[in-house]
Design a protein around this ligand. Structure first.
Ligand code: HEC
Length: 147
């Protein structure tokens, strides 16, 4: 009996591992309460995506990013990026809190890929020009420093 239970648990773990390895990022979407992990292909892109905005232009970029965020992201992420926008309650998954340590310690390239690709119910934003997506990254990265 004990042996059977052990085998079953092991089989389950193996099954889950296989399932997450083969499903595309969007299919892992809605219910998974786990941390948003990038696929290998996304990680490769994230590593290559270097923030093109030089240090002395970051604050202007962040200003522009804030405007873009108010228009496109605030309904879910809230006006101050805490993940508490008016639409958040209706979602099966809570929008990320941009002020959190998780987001603030995430590499810029990784945020850029997440914003570009989305992960249901977070929509993809590849339709925004790359510059706008970097402005968003630079804006998000200002939110940990204040308060
Ligand atoms: C429809 C609601 C919705 C909108 C609009 C939306 N998001 Fe999200 N966002 C989410 C949800 C839900 C998550 C959590 C997804 C997950 O964990 O799989 C998320 C996660 C994120 C994350 C991931 C943080 C991390 O490190 O894991 C970033 C960055 C982000 N959103 C940025 C944006 C930006 C920038 C915009 C606007 C251009 C935006 N989002 C618009 C719902 C939304």
């Amino acid at each position: 009996m004990i042996r059977f239970a052990t085998l079953t648990a092991a089989a389950l773990v193996a099954m889950l591992a296989t399932a997450s390895a083969v499903s595309p990022a969007w299919a892992q979407g809605a219910q998974a309460p786990t941390k948003w992990e990038l696929t290998k292909e996304q990680k490769d892109r994230a590593t290559k995506a270097k923030n093109p905005v030089p240090a002395d232009k970051r604050s202007a970029s962040a200003e522009s990013g804030k405007k873009i965020a108010m228009q496109n992201c605030a309904p879910c992420h809230g006006n101050s990026g805490k993940g508490d926008g008016p639409g958040a309650a209706a979602l099966p998954k809570k929008p990320a809190d941009w002020t959190s340590k998780t987001v603030q310690t995430e590499p810029d390239g990784s945020l850029f890929v997440k914003i570009s690709d989305g992960n249901a119910p977070m929509p993809p934003w590849a339709s925004l020009p790359e510059k706008d997506r970097w402005d968003l990254v630079n804006y998000i990265k200002t939110l940990g420093k204040k308060s």
